[in-house]
Design a protein around this ligand. Structure first.
Ligand SMILES: NC(=O)c1ccc[n+]([C@@H]2O[C@H](COP(=O)([O-])OP(=O)(O)OC[C@H]3O[C@@H](n4cnc5c(N)ncnc54)[C@H](OP(=O)(O)O)[C@@H]3O)[C@@H](O)[C@H]2O)c1
Length: 338
C-alpha cells in the first residue's frame, strides 16, 4: 500500500499571529526510496518560537523558509523503512524533519540528525523538551554562557515555558536563589509550588515591577533572558554591577515585528556582560543530554509538556507560544507510536 505524505507548505508570510491560510496542506504519495535513504514517520513536532522567526523574511541565523517550501521544524520520528546501512527500521531519529507526516533523509545528511535508542529511558515527548533542545539550551546557557554560582540570584523570564522551567530548576540544583517571571497567577503558583522556585513575578499584574524589586532584594546576578522588551528592561535595571546575561530569546518581538529598543546604556552603567548564544551551535550534546536524563529520572527536574494533536493544526498550535497558553514544552503529536 503506498503511503501518503501530508506537508504544510508556507503560502504567505504571517503578520502577527499565524493564520491557517498562511499554509497549504498538500498531499503526495511517498516516493520509492533510493539507496542510502531512510523513511521516517514523524511522531512529534517541536513547536518552537523560532518557527515563527523562520516564517519571516528578516535577518536571522538560518535562511527564512521560502514561500512554497515545507515548513522547517524540529521533530522526532521513527524509521519505518531503510535503504541505509546507518539506520535500521525502528530507530528513533531527531532533527529538522519538517511539518509533514514523513521525512526522507539520506546518508549525506547523517550529521544533521541524531539517532536515539529505540527504547529511550524517558518518554518520547521529554526527548524534545527537558531532555532535548530546550533542556540543552537551558543547560549550556547556565553552565557556559552565564554560569550561576551558589547563593547568587538568577532571574529567568518565560519561566513556566520549556526552556525557562528547566533553567530555573537547574539554577536551584546549582544553589542559586531563583526568581521566575511568567504570565498569570496560575503559572506563578506552579513555579513555586511545583518547580521549587524561590519567588515568581506575574508580569501581567499591575504592580509587577515592584514585585520584581521585592523578589530581588540583593539585585540580580544572572539574567537568563527569553523575552526581551519591557520584561528584559525591568530585569536589567535590577542587576548588580558586573552581572551576566544569557541572551537566549526575545519572544516579545517575534510576532510584533518591532525591533528592540536601542537604549543599551544600562549595560554600560552596570558593566554587564551580555552573551547571545544558539543551542544549535553545540554539536556534541551527549554530556548535557545524559545529565538532563539523569536529573529527570531521579526526580530532580520535573519535565512537563503541553501536547496537541494533528499535523493540520500546527500553524494555530504554534500561536500558543505567543499567547502563553502552553506550560512546559509545546508539542504537536503527528502520529501515534509506530
Ligand atoms: N538561543 C537558543 O538557542 C534558543 C533555543 C530555544 C529557545 N530559545 C528562545 O527561548 C525562549 C523560550 O522558548 P521556549 O521554546 O522555551 O518557549 P516557551 O517558553 O515554552 O513558550 C513561550 C512563552 O513565552 C511567554 N511569552 C510569549 N510572549 C511574551 C511576551 N510578549 N512577554 C512575556 N512573555 C511572553 C509565554 O509565557 P507567559 O504565559 O509567561 O507569557 C509563553 O508560554 C524564546 O525566546 C526562544 O526563542 C532560544
Amino acid at each position: 500500500m503506498s503511503r501518503i505524505n501530508r506537508q504544510l507548505r508556507l503560502k504567505s508570510r504571517p503578520e502577527g499571529l499565524v493564520k491557517r491560510e498562511d499554509f497549504d496542506l498538500q498531499e503526495y504519495p511517498v516516493a520509492e526510496l533510493k539507496d542510502g535513504e531512510v523513511l521516517v514517520r514523524v511522531l512529534y513536532l517541536s513547536m518552537d518560537p523560532t518557527n515563527r522567526v523562520w516564517m519571516s523574511d528578516i535577518p536571522q541565523y538560518m535562511p527564512p523558509v521560502a514561500i512554497g517550501e515545507v515548513m522547517r521544524g524540529l521533530g522526532l520520528g521513527r524509521v519505518v523503512m531503510s535503504k541505509s546501512a546507518n539506520y535500521a527500521e525502528g530507530d528513533l531519529v531527531q532533527g529538522l524533519l519538517g511539518w509533514q507526516d514523513y521525512a526522507v533523509i539520506d546518508d549525506s545528511h547523517l550529521k544533521d540528525y541524531v539517532k536515539l535508542p529505540p527504547r529511550p529511558p524517558v518518554p518520547l515527548p521529554t526527548l524534545l523538551g527537558a531532555c532535548g533542545f530546550s533542556g540543552i539550551t537551558a543547560y549550556y546557557g547556565l553552565t557556559e554562557i552565564a554560569p550561576v554560582q551558589p547563593g547568587e540570584t538568577l532571574v529567568v523570564s518565560a519561566a513556566a515555558g520549556s526552556v525557562g522551567s528547566i533553567v530555573g530548576q537547574i539554577g536551584k540544583l546549582r544553589g542559586a536563589r531563583v526568581v521566575g517571571i511568567a504570565g498569570g497567577p496560575e503559572k506563578c503558583r506552579y513555579l513555586i509550588d511545583e518547580l521549587g522556585f524561590d519567588a515568581a513575578v506575574d508580569y501581567k499584574a499591575e504592580d509587577w515591577k515592584k514585585a520584581l524589586a521585592d523578589a530581588t532584594p540583593d539585585g540580580v546576578h544572572v539574567n537568563f533572558e527569553n523575552v526581551g522588551g519591557p520584561v528584559m528592561r525591568a530585569v536589567l535595571s535590577r542587576m548588580v554591577n558586573g552581572g551576566r546575561v544569557a541572551l537566549c530569546g526575545l519572544i516579545a518581538n517575534y510576532t510584533s515585528g518591532a525591533r528592540p529598543s536601542d537604549d543599551y546604556s544600562v549595560i554600560i552603567v552596570k558593566r554587564l556582560t551580555v552573551r547571545g548564544f544558539l543551542a544549535f551551535d553545540y554539536r556534541d550534546t551527549q554530556k548535557a543530554v545524559q545529565e538532563l536524563i539523569g536529573w529527570v529520572l531521579k526526580g530532580r527536574i520535573k519535565a512537563e509538556e503541553t501536547i496537541e494533536d494533528g499535523l493540520e493544526n500546527a500553524p494555530l498550535v504554534l500561536n500558543q507560544l505567543f499567547e502563553g497558553s502552553n506550560r512546559g514544552k509545546l508539542l504537536l503529536r503527528v502520529s501515534d507510536e509506530v
